[in-house]
Design a protein around this ligand. Structure first.
Ligand SMILES: [Zn+2]
Length: 367
């Protein structure tokens, strides 16, 4: 309701409950605007195969990759998925992440996608953190639809989306080489627009296939990954309201170059950073590592990194009037940290800060 100097505190708040920060820094709660947190199974054996020199194609041929996670997720019960997802969510909260976006996309049939959305819905009602749900049924082409991806897209658009609308805040789609193309995007995204469901997109990660163009055309909240974009797409994003979401731990894990953060920022684009937490390409939940990559490998300045994991993440979830800043009217999601600089949040990367206190909507949530 109010932010300012203690000496200027309006009289009517003088009797309010006090929390003494004891000289610690107070920051908005962090926002992770891109995760795939609901899944079953373990893919570490595939990682071992990859380290032994096998290619993704080899691994996929031997039953690995996304299809393996899909199989395990389809098999898992709602309560099994809920239990692991709940634990993972607490891992985020301990680091000061008070808002988390979660995508489906490992069910890939109607009942399994619905099951994952119901898990996310349950987590949302349990809270904290604040949870936002995204339907990513167009994450990959399910084995049942091999060679018939246009048909699959059409079913998702015309049948699943209207039925699952009540469970999801956003619709997402993996537009890339070997996945969904521009024609598929037209079908699904125009339907999402018709149903007034805001759009987020996986765009131009593996190859430049028009995902960023689609994000701008359909006024998506965010275009995510963007590893392959050129100056043309940077200009498009800079002129748009689409948040450019970069996922550095994924680029690291895939051993590719990072997204063009510096050039996007110079162009005037809004840049968010997120974990992309998923079993295939970013198995980490460590937001300090995400931020450290932004700073050390992508040339982002301290305040740009902090904005990328707070307010700009909130923009990517249409929460920019509620989350990611400490302003009157916003939710009182904040963290307190013993530090002489906000940079300590990612300067000490790869560990949870011992002196971090986390508050969600004004309530203390640990450490
Ligand atoms: Zn993703």
């Amino acid at each position: 309701v109010w932010v300012g100097k203690r000496s200027e505190l309006p009289r009517k708040y003088k009797s309010a409950k006090k929390i003494n920060a004891k000289g610690r820094m107070v920051l908005p709660g962090l926002v992770d605007s891109h995760t795939h947190l609901v899944f079953a199974g373990d893919r570490s054996r595939e990682f071992e195969m990859r380290l032994a020199g096998q290619s993704y194609q080899d691994i996929a041929k031997s039953g690995g990759g996304i299809v393996r996670t899909m199989g395990a997720t389809r098999k898992a019960s709602e309560s099994e998925l809920l239990e692991t997802a709940r634990e993972r969510l607490q891992v985020f909260l301990k680091q000061g992440v008070t808002t988390v976006e979660i995508k489906t996309g490992y069910g890939l049939d109607f009942e399994s996608e619905k099951k994952c959305l119901k898990v996310i819905d349950r987590l949302r009602r349990e809270g904290p953190p604040t949870v936002m749900a995204t339907l990513l049924a167009a994450h990959a082409i399910p084995p049942e639809f091999q060679g018939r991806k246009h048909e699959y897209t059409k079913i998702v658009a015309t049948d699943w989306l209207p039925k699952l609308k009540k469970y999801c805040d956003f619709v997402d789609m993996f537009i890339d080489d070997g996945y969904f193309d521009i024609a598929d995007a037209e079908v699904l995204l125009s339907q999402a627009q018709k149903l007034k469901i805001p759009i987020k997109l996986h765009a131009d990660e593996l190859k430049l296939t028009g995902g960023t163009d689609m994000a701008c055309k359909f006024k998506a909240l965010s275009a995510d990954h963007l590893l392959q974009i050129t100056q043309r797409e940077i200009d498009l994003l800079s002129r748009s309201e689409v948040t450019a979401t970069l996922l550095p731990t994924t680029a690291f894990f895939l051993k590719t170059t990072h997204g063009p953060a510096r050039r996007l920022l110079s162009g005037g684009a809004r840049v968010a950073l997120a974990s992309d937490f998923n079993p295939g390409t970013s198995p980490t939940q460590d937001i300090s590592v995400v931020a450290a990559f932004g700073a050390l490998q992508m040339g982002m300045r301290t305040e740009e990194v902090i904005a990328a994991i707070t307010l700009n993440g909130a923009y990517a979830l249409v929460l920019e009037k509620q989350k990611g800043a400490l302003l009157p009217g916003y939710d009182a999601d904040f963290i307190m940290m013993e530090s002489e600089s906000v940079a300590r949040l990612f300067y000490e990367f790869g560990q949870v800060h011992r002196h971090l206190s986390v508050f969600c909507r004004g309530k203390f949530h640990g450490t």
